[in-house]
Design a binder for this molecule. Structure first.
Ligand code: GLN
Length: 401
């Protein structure tokens, strides 16, 4: 773990923490009475890279209940267990543009709009396969722990506090049984959901959880495969479109990262294949997102160019040499080949191929990795050259990496 200001990332987080600590807006949620006890000044930020490097500033080892921040992770569990079709049958994939506790049920299908609002999350929790409610919750808790890289526990006082007051969520569950969106008993579904919301974690844990989604479902600290890669992609997509409630559009414009907030002041954001970030600060804005967390992510995104739609050019050239004469041509490539890099190689091959049948050499000695898309593109390009009558030779085709 880095010491304060011993590196540039920590320095940036620490500077933000100091400045935003003075941001004195918003209100701590109190509709769950126990949450009103939270310290409004508690504030921590953490970032975990895909190499498992950890950076932090402020209060990062204070536990708080995750609340709605659990939604993407439990969705990941349900998707991993059941596959996307079974989950889609019960829950939609459209942003609701409404509050987190809205009765966003589709009039035609009865399905909640998406799994990031309460109705959708309750339906998803009920889908987690298990013989009984206790085992269902045990699986949820175990999965959240694998995302975090350590076993997590429940805050029983917060759980009871919500169970005593959560009539709106109960009503949602009963409504969904009526519309066919909810599997099983509504009372049980809501109790399991309340327990899930009361799972305790720290900002440090949460940054690892976000980094695991960003890392294709593999925990970058423990190395554990928590969920399959397509599940992580799907969850990140839903976080991007629905994670910030009715502020999701503004969030995508100004921050541009898949994210999820919760009423206790937690916030996770993920940079796919880059990093996981977590912030905790209890005061919430009018739509229920944490004021300091939103401000911190806006600044970090701008300062470090983290917006998903901001695509810097790849660091190095892909095609390092291209030779052509009347008998043949040669292309040498380097680095890791994905769609973009493979497109460069394929287009260079087209350029170097002689007019009439000749020889084409593709030198991949300096290529470090070829993903499945790039491999398929290269194979097809080489086949086409062969079909055109060229004699094709490839050196150093690496394994997929
Ligand atoms: N347990 C909370 C609820 O259902 C979670 C909501 C949230 O974090 N937005 O009301």
């Amino acid at each position: 773990m880095s010491d304060a200001a011993s590196d540039v990332v920590t320095e940036a987080l620490e500077e933000l923490r100091q400045r935003l600590q003075g941001l004195d807006e918003g209100a701590v949620a109190d509709y769950i009475p126990q949450l009103a006890q939270a310290d409004p000044d508690c504030f921590g930020l953490a970032l975990v890279s895909m190499d498992g490097h950890r950076y932090r500033a402020g209060r990062c080892d204070t536990e708080f209940t995750l609340q709605s921040v659990t939604k993407p992770f439990v969705l990941a569990l349900a998707l991993a267990e059941l596959g996307p079709e079974a989950v889609d049958r019960r829950v939609g994939t459209e942003p609701s543009g409404e509050a987190f506790n809205a009765i966003s049920l589709d009039p035609a299908t009865g399905r909640p709009a998406n799994p990031m609002i309460n109705a959708g999350a309750i339906a998803v929790t009920a889908l987690v396969p298990a013989a009984d409610p206790a085992r269902r919750f045990a699986r949820i808790l175990e999965c959240l722990g694998r995302f975090a890289g350590r076993p997590l526990a429940v805050d029983e006082a917060v759980y009871r506090s919500e169970a005593e007051t959560g009539d709106r969520n109960r009503a949602l569950a009963y409504l969904m049984r009526g519309t066919g969106a909810l599997a099983g008993d509504p009372a049980e579904a809501v109790e399991t959901y309340f327990r899930q919301c009361a799972v305790l974690a720290t900002v440090d844990d949460l940054a690892v959880m976000a980094a695991t989604l960003a890392n294709g479902g593999v925990n970058p600290v423990t190395g554990a495969v928590v969920v399959p890669e397509p599940v992580a992609v799907r969850v990140l997509a839903l976080m991007a479109t629905c994670g910030m409630y009715d502020a999701a559009g503004d969030w995508m414009v100004r921050v541009g990262l898949p994210a999820k907030s919760g009423v206790s002041g937690g916030l996770v954001a993920a940079g796919p294949a880059r990093f996981g970030i977590a912030v905790h600060s209890p005061p919430l804005d009018a739509v229920g997102n944490p004021v300091r967390g939103v401000a911190a992510l806006r600044e970090l995104s701008g300062r470090f160019g983290l917006h998903l739609m901001h695509n810097p050019a790849p660091a190095a050239a892909t095609v390092v040499s291209l030779r052509r004469d009347e008998h043949g041509g040669e292309v040498a490539a380097q680095g890791a080949l994905d769609f973009t890099a493979a497109e460069r190689v394929v287009s260079a091959l087209g350029e170097c191929a002689p007019e009439s049948p000749g020889t084409v050499l593709l030198d991949l000695d300096r290529v470090t990795a070829v993903d499945t898309t790039a491999e398929a593109m290269l194979r097809r390009a080489l086949d086409l050259l062969t079909e055109q009558g060229h004699t094709v030779t490839v050196t150093g085709l690496p394994r997929e990496g």
